[in-house]
Design a protein around this ligand. Structure first.
Ligand code: TRP
Length: 450
């Protein structure tokens, strides 16, 4: 397909909105507190911030560079830039598409929970309930015979409906107004959490770094979490980069998105940890952490019913803009590489995801045989993608942009039609060539060593 025939974002705001839509989601509100809680709180936070800024932003820019240069899905992008039909770098594209399937599969499990919790919020299931009852509700819901599956499939169908309609009409329009609203409601929740009796203890846990807790495992968890949260390391942003206009400033877009994404994750921590310490929920509670603390906070608020309902509406939408970006990778690849129609590509991608997704969801039932050495299929998919495939993909992407792509091409893309100063461009190239790959490699090795 010729470059000028592709659909694209209508403006620079469009890129930021769509990329932020992809980045903001369950990764910030559900997975980040989970990881921070399991990896020592403050120590994790500080490592996370460093990695997001020093590795995350340059990697995001690198994906945009590849996507806009090639104007293609991740599979075709490496081939096009290499200028030949066979290149070993295409493996990075394949890795990305496989990764999109795997992430979407377990991500829609939790996405389904948000739909279920939206229903519970509407029905007023949380009002007047104590901690034990709220915890029981989570166990009952996720352990239910068919409800989580139905919710997951409904979420997947919703995603497919938006992706069928294409980039501009679908993705851009839905994200524009709703993300700022989510931010606003999170600010309200923060204020409430800060007035709870366990606030000081919660904040201490979240912000006070105990450096003795930092080890290879914490570093890798933070790396995986930052890649997951920023949607980087598997080509989702190569795909979005391919829709960016020639003279739009993708460097400032990447910086804005990283900052917004980090802000929302930190806000989630400020909401969840004070609440956890107030109500006596372990910060290491894992999957149930967000889904038990949040209903407890709403219960303590004036107008809690309405706030809770609004929050879950917005969370569903934030999650939807993330699942859209994952399905879009699959859809763009199938339409451009296998010449499927968009509708057909979406159906194929959705059905493929549904099969793996079902396994992920069923594996969380208490009596499920879908476990391997104590880990559920859900956990395995999460760890495989966030701790292995995305760091490896990210490493290969920065190596490709730093060492394999023509330096003149990279500088040209970074200049965004001549608007970015030369010094800044050189700085970015240095980080992409040296700092980012070395840091990713060290973290990877340190974790293997122990
Ligand atoms: N970043 C999203 C979140 O934090 C999830 C997500 C969307 C994602 N697209 C992705 C993760 C691509 C990895 C790769 O919820």
């Amino acid at each position: 397909m010729a470059g000028n025939q592709r659909d694209g974002f209508s403006s620079k705001l469009g890129i930021i909105v769509a990329t932020a839509g992809s980045a903001l989601g369950l990764g910030n509100i559900y997975r980040f507190p989970c990881e921070a809680g399991a990896n020592g709180g403050g120590a994790f936070l500080i490592v996370y911030l460093g990695i997001a800024l020093l590795i995350g932003t340059p990697l995001m820019i690198s994906e945009f560079v590849i996507g806009r240069r090639a104007r293609s899905n991740p599979l075709g992008a490496f081939r096009r830039i290499e200028g030949r039909s066979r290149s070993p770098w295409s493996a990075v594209g394949y890795l990305g598409v496989v990764c999109a399937f795997l992430i979407l599969a377990f991500y829609t499990t939790v996405a389904g929970w948000t739909l279920g919790y939206l229903g519970k919020a509407a029905a007023g299931h949380f009002s007047g309930q104590g901690l034990e009852q709220i915890q029981q509700q989570f166990a009952d819901f996720t352990g239910h015979a068919w409800l989580p599956l139905v919710c997951q499939m409904a979420f997947l169908a919703l995603t497919a409906l938006v992706v069928v309609r294409g980039v501009k009409d679908g993705i851009e329009r839905y994200s524009k107004i709703l993300m700022p609203m989510l931010l606003a409601i999170m600010l309200v929740l923060c204020i409430k959490s800060l007035t709870l009796s366990g606030a000081a203890e919660g904040l201490r846990f979240f912000f006070w770094p105990d450096f003795s807790k930092i080890n290879g495992q914490v570093l890798l968890s933070a790396l995986g979490q930052s890649f997951f949260s920023l949607s980087i390391g598997m080509g989702a942003l190569i795909t979005y980069g391919s829709y960016i206009g020639r003279s739009d400033n993708m460097v400032s877009s990447a910086v804005s998105v990283t900052l917004a994404d980090t802000l929302v994750a930190v806000l989630a921590g400020i909401i969840i940890f004070p609440a956890a310490f107030t109500f006596g929920i372990q910060p290491e509670a894992g999957a149930s952490l967000a889904f038990t603390t949040l209903p407890m906070v709403f219960q303590q608020m004036a107008g809690g019913y309405a706030f809770c309902l609004l929050f879950f509406v917005l969370l569903v939408i934030a999650t939807l803009t993330s699942t859209i970006s994952l399905l879009e990778v699959i859809a763009a690849t199938l339409t451009e590489e296998l010449r499927m129609s968009r509708a057909r590509a979406v159906v194929v991608g959705t059905l493929g995801t549904a099969v793996i997704g079902m396994v992920a969801t069923l594996s969380l039932r208490p009596d499920s045989p879908l476990r391997l050495g104590g880990s559920t299929a859900f956990d395995l998919l999460d760890h495989l993608t966030a701790l292995y495939l995305m760091p490896i993909g990210g490493l290969l992407i920065v190596l490709f942009v730093g060492w394999r792509m023509g330096r003149a091409d990279v500088m040209d893309e970074l200049s965004n039609g001549g608007t970015l100063p030369l010094g800044l461009r050189r700085g970015i190239v240095l980080v992409v060539r040296y700092l980012a790959p070395v840091a990713i490699a060290i973290i990877f090795v340190s974790q293997l060593v122990g």
